[in-house]
Design a protein around this ligand. Sequence first.
Ligand SMILES: *[C@@H]1O[C@H](CO)[C@@H](O)[C@H](O)[C@H]1NC(C)=O
Ligand SMILES: *[C@@H]1O[C@H](CO)[C@@H](O)[C@H](O)[C@H]1NC(C)=O
Length: 306
Amino acid sequence: MQSSQLTTIVALAILLTSPVQSATSPKRGLCHIPSNNHPSDDKIWRDPNSKLTWYYNYRATPSPAYLSDSPMHFVPMLWGSAPSTPSFLDTVTSMLDNGRNITYVLGFNEPDGPHRTGGSNIPADLAAIIWKSQIEPLKKRGVQLGAPAVTGSPNGFTWLENWFRECDGGCNPDFVPIHWYGDFEGLASQVGQVMGTYPDMKIWVTEWGLPHAGLEETQMNYNISTEWFDRMEVITHYSYFGAFRSDVSNVGPNSAMLTQKGQLSDIGSWYLGRQATKNVPKGTGGKTGIFTAWVVLVSGVVWAVL
Ligand SMILES: *[C@@H]1O[C@H](CO)[C@@H](O)[C@H](O)[C@H]1NC(C)=O
Ligand SMILES: *[C@@H]1O[C@H](CO)[C@@H](O)[C@H](O)[C@H]1NC(C)=O
């Protein structure tokens, strides 16, 4: 923790000395969570002026809503350990053979977390075996590989270390995705810890936010973290959680980029590079698990900041 604390201090110093803010960023992407109830919401993120450059959807194949006309670069993910037909490797290989530009893939969503909170719950040794057969071969095709995206808990870090040990040199990711639910200091410390442990790798922040907090606090956290991501060279991609309506949000209404009526919230609008809308997101979603589709797809693990 010593070096990560130091990194946090360095990060904060960088933050405080660089007041420039860009409206959009090439690093910015969409964590796409399609809504069965409101499929038209997908269009909001597809707007060519949005300047979101990439997206993932927890799946191997592109979202149907973005098949034909999306300027966003698709990033396939192997979510969990369940075998599929065709396999993940065959699916991505055939997309490459058909000329689709696949530059990156993501491996395993929160493998250290239970299904209840959206984790894929895979033992590190099994994840190493699956990685070697389904993900590592894509490196030969020039695809850059994202390490398993563990939760922000201390167990997550241990899981990742165990996984690398089980791989025994046979898993060679190019970047480490981070998930973080909590305040900025915790986020910066987590990034610092990953930088210290895996100094040769880039970092993606593929889910983050300050869950279940007040509106202003949530917006401030959003502002500070996006400004910081844009400035940190090691962080090449980030995607905010989340792109859904506030009444089904499992991270509290104020984290949602859409209101309960499907209008952009301030954060949603800022994320797309536009002005504040003053639309206040409302709702109490998530506490009773209304959105069953998410239970398998979405992480909701919230870690208090140390
Ligand atoms: C493929 O996508 C990547 C990432 O967006 C981009 O940098 C690259 O130029 C693209 N390649 C082609 C051949 O379009
Ligand atoms: C967040 O940034 C926007 C500009 O992008 C600004 O209008 C707003 O006041 C900021 N909010 C907080 C709480 O810092």
